[in-house]
Design a protein around this ligand. Structure first.
Ligand code: IPE
Ligand code: IPE
Ligand code: MG
Length: 234
């Protein structure tokens, strides 16, 4: 199938690793491992479809509520992906950026993030925005705080506060999301990129993330072809 409408910026809420593992009698950790392996294959495919920008929800601020053991396993997995297993980003020429707070993160995690950003900063084939220790409400709150500070210091006039200005204070200067996919059948967005998704199309496949493969992605893209985006017009 030819895709006429290729979304410029897609978001993926990678959900269902735990349930994927449970269904197979495996530990949640093995579900996360399978999710990470799937992500690498999937990203290659997505950029080959000429999608330029991908935002993935890797770890939310709220995910710290999980058992310490699960959080630590996830952090170890991320460090591995951002360091030893980072060839994929180099080979595919993908610039990696992170959205979220670096506070409360382990030192080795922060340095793995820094080194991956540094290593990929000149690549231009595509962008991968990794939402990590991320909260959409906090992103907006952080933007408001930075702007309020400027007003307080008389560096900004109240009349200058526009949507375009708020855009500049989000974690990344990226265009809005066109298409957001959440796997696992949950129909909610769980605090993912609230500002950026104001006019996004949504798609909620029931497969768990480790099973959301190239074929499933193409089904999502087929669905996107059918959407008629109006942006309030007719
Ligand atoms: C998504 O899978 C991965 C992260 C949130 C890091 P889950 O771990 O939420 O899997 P389920 O939803 O429990 O199946
Ligand atoms: C959303 O999934 C966060 C990520 C995929 C990183 P969750 O599994 O944390 O979301 P809820 O708790 O089901 O809403
Ligand atoms: Mg979940």
């Amino acid at each position: 199938m030819d895709y006429v409408n290729i979304p410029n910026h897609i978001g993926i809420i990678m959900d269902g690793n735990g349930r994927w593992a449970k269904k197979r009698g495996l530990s949640r950790s093995l579900g996360h491992k399978a999710g990470a392996e799937n992500l690498k294959r999937l990203l290659k495919h997505i950029y080959r479809r000429e999608i330029k920008i991908v935002s993935i929800y890797a770890f939310s601020v709220e995910n710290f509520k999980r058992d310490e053991k699960e959080v630590n396993y996830l952090m170890d997995l991320f460090v591995k992906m951002f360091t030893k297993d980072s060839d994929i980003f180099v080979n595919e020429k993908i610039k990696v950026v992170f959205s979220g707070s670096r506070k409360n993160l382990r030192e080795d995690v922060v340095s793995a993030m820094d080194s991956l950003e540094e290593k990929t900063k000149l690549y231009e084939r595509g962008i991968l925005n990794i939402c990590f220790n991320y909260s959409g409400r906090r992103e907006i709150t952080d933007a408001v705080l930075s702007i309020a500070r400027l007003v307080k210091e008389d560096k900004l006039d109240l009349n200058d506060i526009t949507e375009e200005l708020l855009d500049l204070y989000m974690y990344q200067k990226l265009p809005p999301l066109d298409f957001v996919i959440r796997t696992s059948g949950e129909i909610r967005i769980s605090n993912f990129m609230l500002w950026e998704s104001s006019y996004a199309e949504y798609y909620f496949p029931s497969v768990f993330f480790p099973d959301f493969d190239e074929k499933e992605f193409d089904l999502a893209l087929n669905e996107y072809q059918k959407r008629k985006r109006r942006f309030g017009g007719v």
